[in-house]
Design a protein around this ligand. Structure first.
Ligand SMILES: [Zn+2]
Length: 260
């Protein structure tokens, strides 16, 4: 909350409505400034007033926050984080351009002869890696894990991805964005609803936050389709990992070290 009020105070100060300290405290001076905003309903709960100022301020800076309704959804969260970045660095977070990524690896195409030659037989060549941050087990959130079972040929790359994720987002954002909701890696099974073996059977696929990225959901529903996850995808794609969501717009939870 304090961080949100700091942003609100900055926005109000820029408009010349607030001359007090930028201290993140919602005192009388800050509230008075909030009420000077045209159209602000003083009856609204303070949380909604704060959200509305952030939405308004973001929109005025060309950061898309959607409707100024004081309701905090993913779009507002995204706009808020953009504002925080803007105030910290004096510029927008650089727009993410996937065409600029030159992947470090080219993983073999799924089910091609090269694939079988490269990865060998299902369920072999498995090792465990240490995750650089604690994982919550998505199907039972009381459980935690720090190890991931995977194919030894992807181990180094997977570690690098997760280290990049940790360095990019930090542990707090990893938690709030549910990047630590682990949905499984090695699993010797057929593809859901298919007759071919899933890439999970080789330990070269990982799933994250399955509840909010369901198998049949497209980008209108899947959480990972939101721009706040652009950096998450950059981390994977720099290492050549393939997202079914990004490529085919389904199964956004699933990422694999194999081309389609
Ligand atoms: Zn999967």
């Amino acid at each position: 909350m304090k961080e949100k009020i700091i942003v609100v105070q900055r926005l109000l100060a820029e408009k010349g409505l607030y001359q007090g300290e930028i201290d993140g405290i919602l005192g009388p001076e800050t509230l008075a400034a909030i009420h000077k905003i045209e159209g602000m309903n003083p009856q609204l709960p303070n949380t909604r007033k704060i959200a509305a100022i952030i939405q308004l301020g973001a929109n005025e800076k060309g950061i898309e926050a959607g409707a100024v309704d004081g309701l905090w959804g993913t779009q507002t969260q995204f706009a808020f984080e953009e504002l925080v970045f803007l105030y910290q660095h004096g510029r927008r977070r650089s727009a993410w351009r996937p065409e600029e990524i030159v992947p470090a690896n080219r993983w073999p195409r799924q089910n091609s002869p090269e694939f079988h030659e490269f990865y060998g037989r299902r369920g072999e060549n498995l090792i465990t890696i240490d995750a650089p941050y604690e994982l919550k087990i998505a199907w039972d959130l009381r459980l935690r894990a720090r190890k991931i079972t995977c194919h030894r040929k992807v181990a180094e790359s997977l570690t690098k991805v997760l280290e990049n994720v940790r360095n990019t987002y930090g542990e707090n954002d990893i938690n709030s964005l549910r990047l630590n909701y682990f949905g499984g890696s090695y699993n010797n099974r057929l593809m859901r609803g298919g007759t071919q073996w899933s890439t999970h059977s080789w330990g070269i696929a990982v799933d994250f936050d399955p509840d909010r990225n369901r198998l049949r959901w497209g980008r209108d529903h899947a959480a990972f389709a939101h721009p706040i996850y652009n950096e998450w995808w950059r981390c994977w794609e720099e290492e050549g990992w393939v997202s079914l969501g990004r490529r085919r717009n389904f199964d956004w939870m699933h990422i694999q070290a194999a081309e389609l």
